[in-house]
Design a protein around this ligand. Structure first.
Ligand SMILES: Cc1cc2nc3c(=O)[nH]c(=O)nc-3n(C[C@H](O)[C@H](O)[C@H](O)COP(=O)(O)OP(=O)(O)OC[C@H]3O[C@@H](n4cnc5c(N)ncnc54)[C@H](O)[C@@H]3O)c2cc1C
Length: 299
């Protein structure tokens, strides 16, 4: 068995990729409050996010993998994961139809639908892994009441990957579900974005370095401040819900290789603002590495 620690969008897509390759996988998911995936806007947006260099190349490579991933998840008969194309950034505010920059190859998904579809294809144990112990030909996972032995483990524990000695830290984000009918595509303007979500508009997002996952009235007010002057179509919208998630940041970019000190353990974490976008690329890289290591062990 390959153990994947964390069932957010990254762990779920890694687990799906491993099982697609014929490996036996179990996901360990603790359901910690403040996971990033339930708050994610789901944009697949290398362009408007202003990425450059290797980060932009990776983002584009990940974007190219999304149609195949969406098809493969949907082929399991669990409904749509909401992959759509189209992306706009306003050149000036208020955002106006006549002055938008289009990113037609970019798009968005429903991150929770992706996570749930992927997790339906593998066993999921609701346990918090507290410690990893390398043993001969594998890794032992210790939770409060159980011990499991895996051939390999993948840490996809979001911001909590820090508990396994990785240089990951939380950058909290708060976003709002508004009652307003959406613009047809995600729309960026003046540091905010408005994304279609089930006939409504998802507005994001704050950024703050903290583990605090409480809804903050101040952050809600800041998101709504001057909104009509940026997105006129959101005039008079009511706030239906606020969501908070801890983005797992790593200063050196996503960690997708072997754990620095635990043999038999791989990393799939540290994606910061782009974990939804990057999940299929990370899954491919981590699955390649795990497969190669297992092949070497059995040679
Ligand atoms: C407001 C907001 C908007 C965003 N918008 C976008 C966007 O538009 N596009 C994009 O690409 N990204 C976006 N992101 C970033 C994206 O959400 C994250 O990068 C991504 O969700 C990270 O996924 P993850 O699986 O690594 O972490 P998480 O989703 O945080 O999942 C980690 C999981 O691990 C579990 N866990 C932790 N420790 C343990 C343990 N010891 N044992 C068992 N389980 C454990 C937790 O319970 C959790 O479910 C956004 C984030 C926020 C907050």
């Amino acid at each position: 068995m390959i153990a994947v620690i964390g069932g957010g969008v990254v762990g779920a897509v890694v687990a799906f990729e491993l099982q697609r390759r014929g490996l036996e996988v179990t996901v360990f998911e603790a359901r910690l409050p403040g996971a990033a995936t339930p708050a994610s806007a789901g944009m697949l947006a290398p362009g408007p996010e202003g990425l450059s260099g290797a980060a932009l190349e990776d983002a584009r490579a990940a974007l190219a993998l999304w149609p195949d991933l969406a098809r493969a998840l949907e082929a399991h008969g669990r409904g749509s994961v909401g992959l759509r194309f189209g992306m706009m950034r306003a050149r000036s505010v208020p955002a106006h139809e006549d002055d938008l920059e289009a990113f037609p190859g970019e798009g968005w998904v429903n991150p929770l639908a992706v996570r749930d579809a992927a997790l339906k294809t593998v066993p999921v144990l609701q346990q918090q892994v507290l410690r990893l112990e390398p043993v001969e030909r594998g890794v032992r996972l210790h939770s409060a009441r159980h011990t499991h032995t895996a051939r390999a483990a993948v840490i996809a524990a979001g911001a909590w990957s820090a508990n396994f000695g990785l240089p990951v830290y939380p950058l909290r984000g708060q976003a709002l579900l508004l009652s307003a009918a959406p613009y047809p595509t995600p729309l960026y303007a003046a540091g905010r974005y408005a994304v279609p979500r089930a006939g409504r508009t998802y507005l994001g997002a704050s950024v703050r370095a903290t583990w605090d996952t409480r809804i903050e009235a101040q952050e809600t007010e800041a998101l709504l401040h001057g909104l009509e002057g940026i997105f006129p179509h959101l005039r008079g919208a009511a706030v239906l819900e606020a969501r908070v998630g801890l983005r797992p940041f790593c200063d050196q970019g996503p960690l997708e290789g072997a754990h620095p000190s635990l043999p038999g353990v791989w990393c799939a974490t540290g994606h910061g603002r782009h974990g939804t976008l990057l999940a299929p690329l990370t899954a491919r890289r981590v699955a390649d590495a795990v497969q190669q290591a297992l092949a070497a062990l059995s040679a």
